[in-house]
Design a protein around this ligand. Structure first.
Ligand SMILES: *Cc1c(COP(=O)(O)O)cnc(C)c1O
Length: 414
């Protein structure tokens, strides 16, 4: 039992080492990614992975749960205090599973969800036809205003009256602006629909108070625990006490078996870290850095969806400034110099999701490394240089050197 990974499985050990090296030597700007602390890593890599704990703390279907109960209770209490929620379920294996839990708790198959279109910033789990959510439920979608890039809430209200959904989903993967949670809540109420606010990307920003919270304005709030909150891979559901039993039984036994207790330990540790003044500073700086990124990219002639950002990401629409450069080209050109971003569809997209006309660029991971606006501005110029001259050797060399310098100056794990 004392054997080390390197001895048992050199191939996997080596891939893990190379992945760690990749994270250290590239600039991670995928808006949904982050780096967890050594403490969260340690919690996840524990013997808690051995434990079956179907059920909930104090009411399990297995013996020997006294210690994992303590861990899950800690995760729940810390989450309740971070986000001000009445009831918390920390068992969803991912953000998508969290949404499944809410749909199963609140909807019958065939009922209608009204959600933001994927190419306008929504998520697969909000009713896309390739996802269970689009297969089990009827789906109507709202879009951003093509002129402003903002959600038009009057339009949403009209659409809600027309569609009469059972649930309106707010929240996004690539919408760079704050949602008006209160307004969505009012619209949902006016048509007697539930309001699910999916804060997957912004859990950390909301916890830190740098982004408005939907908790007062939604029946259900879901999130991922590995994005702006650095609590390891997983999902979470928050709701009013009135829905607690329905949500809990929709997660287990409704849609999951045994909870991933090692990941719940990671969540507990990450939530504890997120309650500190350091974390609040981190979240503020993440947003400040995104604003600095937006400002340089705009100055360099790039179009940003909605003109900028209120949060941790920008969505570059390449069609005006670089009509021949696809999102895929941009992702590849940036990867060549060590800047890792993802191609992303943009509102009014005409290319396929494998090609796209946009790139999504986020600051959460670089901010965790210690980047401030000065470093982010250097990165933003480097990005603009590469997009202006993809494949140009001198540009590639200069940009790669800058990436190396920054990575060395700001290690992820010391
Ligand atoms: C990331 C994300 C999710 C959940 O993703 P998982 O990969 O399943 O954790 C859900 N909703 C939105 C809006 C997201 O951005």
């Amino acid at each position: 039992m004392s054997s080390h990974l390197e001895d048992v499985d050199p191939a996997v050990a080596d891939a893990v080492d190379r992945e760690r090296e990749r994270q250290e030597t590239t600039l991670g700007m995928i808006a949904s990614e982050n780096h967890v602390s050594e403490a969260v890593l340690a919690a996840q890599g524990t013997v808690l992975t051995n434990k079956y704990a179907e059920g909930y703390p104090g009411a399990r279907y297995y013996g020997g749960c006294e210690h994992v109960d303590e861990v899950e209770r800690a995760a729940i209490e810390r989450a309740a205090s971070l986000w001000g929620a009445d009831h918390v379920n920390v068992q969803p294996h991912s953000g998508t599973q969290a949404n499944m839990g809410v749909y199963f708790a609140a909807l019958e198959p065939g009922e209608t969800i009204l959600s933001l279109d994927l190419t306008h910033g929504g998520h697969l789990s909000h009713g896309h036809h390739v996802n269970f959510s689009g297969q089990l439920y009827e789906v109507a979608q709202y879009e951003v205003d093509p002129e402003t890039g903002y959600i038009d809430y009057d339009e949403l209200a009209d659409q809600a009256r027309e569609v009469e959904p059972a649930m309106i989903v707010s929240g996004s993967s690539a919408y760079p602006r704050e949602f008006d949670w209160e307004r969505v809540g009012e619209i949902a109420e006016s048509v007697d629909a539930y309001h699910l606010a999916d804060i997957a990307h912004i859990t950390g920003l909301v916890a830190a108070g740098v982004h408005s919270s939907p908790v007062e304005h939604a029946d259900f709030v879901t999130g991922s625990t590995h994005k702006t909150i650095r609590a390891g891979r997983g999902g979470i559901i928050m709701c009013d006490d009135a829905y607690a039993d329905d949500v809990d039984s929709a997660v287990f036994p409704g849609s999951q078996g045994g909870p991933l207790m090692h990941n719940i330990a990671g969540k507990a540790v990450g939530f504890r870290e997120a309650s500190t003044a350091d974390f609040r500073e981190y979240a503020e700086r993440t947003v400040e850095n995104a604003a600095a990124l937006a400002s340089v990219l705009r100055d360099r002639g790039l179009s940003l969806v909605s003109g900028g950002t209120d949060k941790h990401l920008v969505l570059v629409d390449l069609r005006d400034s670089h009509p021949d450069l696809t999102g895929k080209d941009a992702e590849e050109a940036l990867a060549e110099v060590g800047v890792v971003v993802n191609k992303n569809t943009v509102p009014g997209e005409t290319r396929s999701p494998f090609v796209t006309s946009g790139v999504r660029i986020g600051t959460p991971a670089l901010t965790t490394r210690g980047f401030g606006p000065a470093e982010i501005e250097r990165v933003a110029h480097l990005i603009a240089d590469v997009l202006d001259a993809p494949g140009d050797d001198a540009t590639i060399e200069r940009a790669s050197e800058t990436v190396d310098d920054l990575c060395e100056a700001f290690p992820v794990y010391e």
